[in-house]
Ligand binder design. Structure first.
Ligand code: KG4
Ligand code: ZN
Length: 346
């Protein structure tokens, strides 16, 4: 039987990845399928500065966005007039960066008279797991990215309740800052991951972080690493320091995840965001499963862990089903602002 197709065009430009995606659903589907994804990284632009430079990031989005769009349209073999929903990230993120993708989606929505769906970046990360998996509910979901670290309890696809959040640095930020302290290039997460494989994670001791409830704190470990580097000087064993630091960050994350699993009696766990690519974290999640603390854990494949428009397209489709449309005067916001009755995700 032929279905009524819904084509979703999604833009993501909240930080330093320019991304466009085309997804397709049949009316009545729970989730859309990814048809084409284009991601243009800006690593070359920012690495010499050791971090993302907002003005350069906006300009790079301006250069990269239309080539990404053209690639996606070519691969999907459709015209812009065949798109049914226009979607983009409008918060949180760097203002100049958000403006590029959001302006594109708004202009196309206006031009083709198609609904606009303004999406929250973190909700997008949470939806990234549904590109490939169907975890069971209740579901514990951890967002572990460069800008955010938070835990959610999901009762269904549309109801995510925030349980805890970082009180200072995000875990990815802690990886990046720690890498800088160790003289590694930006972005530091993958560098620490790689170097830690050659090191002894028990060589250097880091203190145990105490935070209330299910909140996190990662900045103390970075300060400990700075003191370690100063203390050891030329005697510092870099691989052992990377392994020990990585262990300290992941221990803290896993402590909170284990508490949340027990206190909310969840059996399935989803881990999303750039740090979900970390190999040590994946081993630790597998251990959790092997000791039967959870039934299964799910992480998106690498390309969907870091920022991408496919996850924004999934979220846009769920918002379409919930009839959460935006109007053409919708603004962008650097931090979260609840603009609808669904205030649970931030
Ligand atoms: O989700 P993402 O692309 O951007 C944000 O929304 O923040 O995440 C980027 C973060 C960076 O901090 C990067 O260092 C980290 O993800 N990351 C990793 C790994 N791959 C990326 N951290 C640890 N281990 C990795 N393998
Ligand atoms: Zn992100």
């Amino acid at each position: 039987m032929l279905c009524k197709e819904i084509n979703i065009l999604a833009f993501e430009s909240s930080c330093d990845d320019t991304s466009v995606a085309l997804l397709r659903a049949c009316e009545g589907d729970e989730f859309p399928k990814l048809i084409s994804l284009s991601v243009q990284s800006q690593q070359e632009v920012h690495e010499k500065y050791g971090g993302v430079v907002p003005d350069l990031a906006s300009r790079a989005h301006l250069r990269n966005l239309l080539p990404c769009l053209k690639k996606v349209l070519d691969e999907s073999k459709i015209n812009l007039s065949d798109v049914d929903l226009m979607a983009s990230t409008h918060q949180p993120g760097l203002i100049g960066c958000l403006l590029i993708g959001h302006s594109a989606a708004k202009a196309l929505s206006f031009l083709y008279d198609k609904p606009l769906l303004s999406c929250h970046h973190i909700e997008g990360h949470l939806m990234s797991v549904f590109l490939e998996h169907r975890p069971a509910y209740p579901l514990l979901a951890a967002v572990v990215s460069g800008g955010h670290t938070s835990l959610y309890l999901a009762k269904n696809h549309d109801d995510f309740e925030k349980l805890g959040v970082t009180l200072d640095d995000a875990i990815g930020e802690a990886f990046d800052k720690g890498a800088k302290v160790l003289g590694l290039p930006f972005p530091g997460g993958p560098e620490i991951d790689r170097l830690a494989k050659e090191g002894n994670p028990t060589r250097y001791k880091f203190g145990k972080v105490q935070t209330k409830n299910l909140d996190f704190s990662f900045s103390g470990h970075k300060s400990e690493l700075v003191r370690l580097v100063q203390r050891e000087g030329e005697n510092l064993h870099h691989a052992d320091a990377a392994a020990s630091y990585q262990k300290a960050l992941i221990d803290h994350l896993m402590d909170k995840i284990e508490i949340a699993i027990k206190s909310h009696s969840v059996r399935d766990l989803a881990i999303v965001g750039g740090v979900a690519r970390n190999s040590e974290l994946r081993l630790r999640l597998e251990e959790l499963k092997n000791k039967n603390s959870i039934s299964q854990w799910y992480a998106p494949s690498a390309q969907f862990c870091t920022d991408n428009a496919a996850m924004i397209g999934v979220l846009a489709y769920r918002k379409y089903l919930r009839k959460e449309f935006s109007n053409l005067s919708e603004d962008v916001h650097s931090t979260f602002r609840p603009n609808s009755k669904k205030k649970k995700i931030a």
